[in-house]
Ligand binder design. Structure first.
Ligand code: ZN
Length: 159
């Protein structure tokens, strides 16, 4: 018997994963900075690329990175998506996630984007278009974790 249907198969899968992650020196320094409301980036001495999240080695020229700098917690949203189907243990849907280029850096930080009414899909898409300016909103309680930034808020449109 051969399968001739082209309909997609559906598998029910359940994942429940507990894990512990060693962040390494660069990410540990980055997270401790977040606890202190500081956004820290690393810059390659060889090619001047600046990474945020920081890296210990340059992904462009593979040189070790030792130079650090504090960045203003503002940047440009390069792309975003709206999540309407959440998952166990995650934030309550709907929520938006974006790729943010912090000013002065050459990489993208993935984080939640807030301050946008997600109930109106068309308006939300316009509000989350690439190129809009965003600013970090710090969490009231910080624990040296990426969630020390509650989200990035879309800056009000300029008149
Ligand atoms: Zn480099």
């Amino acid at each position: 018997m051969s399968e001739t249907s082209t309909a997609a198969l559906i598998h029910d899968v359940r994942w429940e994963i507990d894990y512990r992650v060693r962040l390494g020196r660069a990410w540990s320094r980055f997270m401790r900075g977040l606890r202190d409301r500081k956004l820290l980036a690393s810059t390659c001495d060889h090619c001047d690329r600046t990474y945020l999240p920081p890296q210990s080695y340059c992904e462009a020229c593979y040189e070790p990175i030792t130079r650090w700098q504090e960045c203003e917690p503002v940047g440009t949203l390069r792309t975003a998506t709206i999540v309407y189907q959440g998952f166990d243990g995650g934030p309550q849907a709907p929520y938006a996630v974006g790729a943010i280029e912090i000013d002065g850096t050459h990489s993208l930080l993935m984080h939640f984007v807030g301050g946008v009414d997600l109930s109106d899909v068309d308006a939300a898409r316009k509000a989350l278009r690439g190129g809009v300016r965003v600013r970090a909103v710090w969490a009231d309680e910080r624990t040296a974790a990426i969630t020390d930034i509650a989200h990035f808020a879309v800056a009000p449109a300029q008149p």
